[in-house]
Design a protein around this ligand. Structure first.
Ligand SMILES: [Zn+2]
Ligand SMILES: [Zn+2]
Length: 251
């Protein structure tokens, strides 16, 4: 596995963060993103799902996913939250709420998310290897995500894009903690994690310094440690625009 993009994941000690704050205050204006867009991976190694550039299946319905659609499965490895409990909620968050708040259908349906019939761990290895995205729930992902408090996405099996200009990933795995999925009086917190980590699957990045905040599910108050206060729990116009630019290879 390569690559980890973590939420919420402070990347530095408190001491180092203080140093970054000073740096950001000094040169911050140079890094204001054009058009207020969420930022993406650029250059050769681009952490997004390889199927994002195309759409060969029926939009939002029809007989089944095409080869450039995104199939996803869900599984749980904690008896405190069985897959049968959390899977309908993840599916609803990704695909069944108001269209302007869900990832499904973004970038003119080049993001076309299809939940598999069974849970990830119910498939044979060969069949499981045809599924692009896995959502996995566990009590802790400390060994995968670098710390007990973190969720993260791992990108697996880099492949070269048909353009030859970048590599992207055949599989992306979303690692969510059971505690993050628990309602805790509000479902919006769980949706923040699901939508933020899915933003990583689609190629979006975390805030990189203190005050790197905007109206974006990637820069919301999960990053209060970086001064971000926006409570938005769903992808925003900035997020959709950035995913479109990735799909268009214009990021
Ligand atoms: Zn993140
Ligand atoms: Zn790509």
């Amino acid at each position: 596995m390569t690559g980890t993009s973590l939420a919420p994941r402070p990347r530095a000690s408190r001491w180092l963060l203080a140093g970054w704050m000073a740096t950001a205050a000094f040169v911050g204006f140079r890094f204001v993103p054009a058009a207020n867009a969420s930022h993406t991976h650029t250059g050769w190694d681009q952490k997004h799902i390889a199927t994002i550039h195309g759409n060969d299946g029926p939009a939002g319905g029809g007989s089944g996913p095409g080869s450039l659609d995104e199939e996803y499965c869900i599984m749980s490895e904690t008896s405190a939250m069985p897959a049968s409990t959390i899977a309908p909620f993840i599916q609803e968050t990704l695909a069944a709420l108001s269209f302007d708040t869900i990832w499904d259908g973004s970038a003119d349906w080049r993001v076309d998310l299809w939940r598999t019939q069974k849970y990830c761990n119910e498939y044979s290895t060969a069949d499981r290897n045809r599924i692009e995205i896995e959502y996995r729930v566990r009590e802790t992902w400390a060994s995968v995500c670098g710390g007990d408090i973190y969720a993260c996405v791992t990108s697996v099996s880099p492949v070269t894009d048909s353009s030859g200009a970048h590599q992207h990933y055949k599989y992306m795995n979303v690692h969510l903690k059971r505690e993050q999925m628990a309602a805790l009086g509000s479902t919006t917190r769980a949706r923040k994690f699901i939508n933020h980590e899915t933003g990583h699957v689609l190629g979006l990045r975390d805030p990189e310094y203190y005050g790197h905040c905007m109206h974006s599910v990637m820069h919301n108050n999960l990053y209060s440690s970086l001064g971000c206060t926006d409570p938005v729990w769903h992808p925003t116009p900035s997020d959709f625009a950035s995913v479109r630019s990735i799909a268009n290879r214009t990021n």
